[in-house]
Design a protein around this ligand. Structure first.
Ligand SMILES: Cc1ncc(COP(=O)(O)O)c(C=O)c1O
Length: 387
């Protein structure tokens, strides 16, 4: 029998292909042609999850009660651990019952918060370049309209609220920033928080990289700036737990309640056993400082970042040493797509800046998820390839 064809909904048709799916296809093609690929593409840590977290998962997965449905708000003991962590890390007093919701990775929360609060036709402000979910599914699946506000190198990639419309429903921002590696201070967050209060705009702060920082810097929480925001945190990058799909949303009780209500209809929460692993992760902190397991990881990324940045500088590129994230971001001196293709021909996967927004034309993102020898090999290939 012939297979029937089905057309996507209008909203799905409007959604551009997810950047990394396309990159993966191109990379697979090059691999099949026999090229040895050095991959600086997707932001997926190559280092393992710290052992105490894996151990907690192993133990939890064999407990019968932990094999059952969780609740869409998340297990109370993880919500308590998140609230305690906010106390240790930021000195904030957070109520685990009304101000915390566990998410299935922060991506899910970032998408669902728009489902919960944005009506068709309303405006969502997203930075450009920016994490694609803000302007993609977050906007399009709600029939909302996205205003993309360009981030600029001369403004240190900080979104300027004076350039934003004052009649939007929601604003997404993210520092330490993907893809630019830019960081911000609390004074900046205070300005954004107050602007959002004044303009009645819901402030969604994506803090997935708060712990991925260097040189003594640590990312602030937007909730240090004020209570009227929702912040998304993630276990993915801090603890090398991307595959666990675990994150949290913390903030204003109404915003958290809306997210919980939305999740109640669409999922039944993250698996309980991964949530137990999340508790073990957060309990590694005994104060503001990064625990040893996390700082050991960050030392590895710091060295790779240094080798890559210095190597690119020697090749003539103007590259800033990032204070946060594991991304290196620079102007490649030609179109992002052309540079990406040239690199692929050399067996090097990079991400074109334009995948994060048109205003990043000419920029490239490289993730330091390859060991130092492979970074040196890539630099050597670029040198020999005269890119
Ligand atoms: C800025 C930003 N936010 C959120 C996420 C999603 O992280 P997760 O869903 O794994 O918590 C990512 C992942 O790359 C990201 O770069």
């Amino acid at each position: 029998m012939a297979l029937k064809r089905y057309t996507y909904s209008d909203r799905l048709q409007k959604l551009p292909p997810y950047l990394f799916v396309r990159l993966e296809e191109l990379t697979a093609k090059k691999r099949a042609e026999g090229l040895d690929i050095i991959d600086f593409g997707i932001g997926d840590p190559d280092l393992p999850t710290p052992e105490p977290i894996v151990e907690a998962l192993r133990e939890a997965v064999s407990v019968n009660d932990y094999q059952k449905y969780s609740s869409s708000a998340g297990e109370r003991d993880l919500r308590v651990a998140v609230a305690e962590w906010y106390g240790k890390r930021f000195g904030l007093d957070i109520d685990p019952d009304t101000q915390v919701c566990v998410t299935i990775g922060s991506k899910e929360g970032i998408f669902n918060i728009a489902q919960a609060f944005v009506n068709p036709g309303e405006l969502i402000i997203a930075p450009s370049p920016g994490y694609p979910v803000y302007s993609g599914a977050g906007t399009l699946f709600n029939e909302a309209r996205c205003v993309k506000i360009p981030l600029r190198e001369e403004k240190d990639w900080l979104l300027d609220v004076d350039e934003c419309p004052t009649d939007a429903r929601m604003l997404y921002i993210n520092y330490p920033n993907n893809p630019t590696g830019a960081t911000c201070d609390l004074a900046y967050l205070k300005r954004v928080h107050d602007w959002c209060e004044d303009t009645d705009t819901i402030l969604c702060y994506d803090n997935a990289y708060s712990e991925m920082c260097y040189d003594g810097y640590l990312g602030p929480s937007v909730l240090e700036a004020g209570p009227n925001a929702i912040e998304f945190g993630s276990f993915s990058k801090t603890f090398n737990m991307t595959g666990y799909r675990l994150g949290y949303a913390v903030g204003n009780p109404d915003l958290v309640a809306g997210l919980k209500k939305c999740k109640g209809q669409t999922d039944s929460g993250a698996p309980i056993f991964t949530q137990k692993a999340g508790i073990a992760a957060l309990r590694m902190y005994d104060g503001r400082r990064l625990p040893d397991a996390v700082s050991r990881n960050m030392a590895v990324y710091a060295e790779r970042r240094k080798v890559l940045v210095e190597g690119l500088r020697e090749l003539g590129f103007n590259v800033k040493m990032p204070r946060g994230t594991f991304y290196v971001w620079f102007n490649c001196g030609m179109s992002s797509e052309r540079f990406t293709e040239k690199m692929l021909d050399l067996g090097i996967v990079v991400t074109p800046g334009t995948g994060f927004g048109e205003s990043a034309e000419g920029y490239i993102r490289m993730t330091v998820t390859e060991p130092v020898e492979r970074i040196r090999e890539a630099l050597d290939r670029i040198k020999r390839g005269h890119v």
